[in-house]
Design a protein around this ligand. Structure first.
Ligand code: NAP
Ligand code: ZN
Ligand code: ZN
Length: 349
């Protein structure tokens, strides 16, 4: 038996999102059945719904910033009970055996994690459908506990934007005395500013939207630099320890690498559809590194949620109805979002 579920999805890269019904499995022994209250809109939803990465599976129900409450649990579930506030991020399972899974880095699973949408369940053939839907069934090991002191709608974006920025900031040791630049003040970027500031790093924002200056400073940045001003790139040469690049379109990465000090590191988080060129001199002249980072593992996601709970950090959101999602995609592409759209799934149910 399966559970028919109301959702919003798309049947092809040029089609809008529209109502669709998907089937959820009846919860098994280890499963948690979650009523979805809110789901954030990540730019990855736009890239994949529009087929921009060449890996899209249709029909697709996007959404991997899922926050809700437990409605039912399987008989062997020990970590959650009915009524708990829970979250689901970018993946709903992984092989659990490879070295990455063993190290709590399920996002780098050697056999490929089971994505929350645009992927397949463990059987390798049942497509997964994401959070633009009223309910979801997930193995308890891939469910997060949402902190009591944070609103579910403000915390939903932590499940992707939060952990995606927390993980590299922590790994490359953002902290006191470190100069960190966040490139692009969108969903990921604004979380990166809040998190890096809470880690006591010296935070700067580099943005192509000069009007975001006040917001950047309010969110915790000490400095704001418009990328539209050529002086930014001369003034800041050899300046930063860490650059977190969240931009979703192609940029001249060489220009940004040049802003790193000796041994500095630029972390790529944004996934532009085209591959920019990197000149060897941008790296070798100062022993700089160009690295990438993918979301975060389950344990680290829980650690990030607890960190946000301690520091009272949530996303700055604009709440929308499910029916407004196509307009939200267009606004996101134009950079017109402050700073994450979150869909009210309860109103859609
Ligand atoms: P977003 O909210 O749309 O933010 C992207 C930001 O990029 C914009 O706010 C804008 O900031 C900047 N930008 C947009 N268009 C630009 C342009 N034409 N020129 C220069 N800058 C531009 O998107 P998001 O949800 O934060 O996601 C950002 C990227 O990260 C996407 O590519 C997404 O797929 C990727 N992502 C990666 C991971 C991972 O695990 N690595 C996880 C989630 C998302 P300014 O206005 O401040 O310039
Ligand atoms: Zn995402
Ligand atoms: Zn694995």
């Amino acid at each position: 038996m399966t559970l028919p579920t109301k959702a919003y999805g798309t049947t092809g890269p040029t089609n809008p999102l529209a109502p669709i019904t998907v089937e959820r499995r009846e919860p098994g022994k280890h499963d948690v059945f979650i009523k979805i209250h809110y789901c954030g809109i990540c730019h990855s939803d736009v890239h994949q719904a529009r087929g921009e990465w060449g890996n899209s599976i249709f029909p697709m129900v996007p959404g991997h910033e899922i926050a809700g409450t437990v409605e039912r649990v399987g008989e062997a579930v020990s970590r959650f009970k009915v009524g708990d506030k829970v979250g689901v991020g970018c993946f709903v399972d992984s092989c659990r055996e490879c070295s990455s899974c063993q190290d709590g880095l399920e996002q780098y699973c050697e056999r490929g994690m089971n994505l929350t949408y645009n992927g397949y369940e463990k059987d390798g053939k049942t497509p997964t459908f994401g959070g633009y839907s009223t309910q979801i069934v997930v193995d308890e090991n891939y469910v997060l506990r949402m902190p009591d002191n944070l609103s579910l709608k403000g915390a939903a974006p932590l499940l992707c934007a939060g952990v995606t920025t927390y993980s590299p900031l922590k790994y490359w040791q953002a902290g006191p005395g470190k100069r960190v630049a966040i490139v692009g003040l969108g969903g990921l970027g604004h979380m990166a500013v809040k998190l890096a500031a809470a880690m006591c790093a010296e935070v700067a924002v580099i943005s192509h939207s000069p009007k975001k200056k006040e917001d950047a400073l309010r969110l915790g940045a000490k400095k704001f630099y418009p990328s539209t001003n050529a002086d930014t790139f001369t003034e800041l040469a050899n300046h930063f320890d860490i650059i977190i690049n969240t931009v979703s379109v192609e940029l001249d990465w060489n220009q940004y690498l040049n802003l790193l000090k000796r041994d500095g590191v630029m972390v790529l988080l944004g996934v532009p559809p085209q591959a920019p060129q990197v000149h060897a001199f941008s790296l070798i002249s100062k022993r700089r590194s160009l690295v990438g980072s993918l979301i975060g593992g389950i344990q680290e996601t829980q650690e990030m949620l607890d960190f946000c709970s301690q520091h009272g950090i949530t996303a700055d959101i604009e709440e929308i109805s499910m029916e407004q999602c196509n307009g939200a995609y267009e606004r996101m592409i134009k950079g017109d979002v402050q700073y994450r759209f979150v869909i009210d799934m309860l109103a859609f149910a």
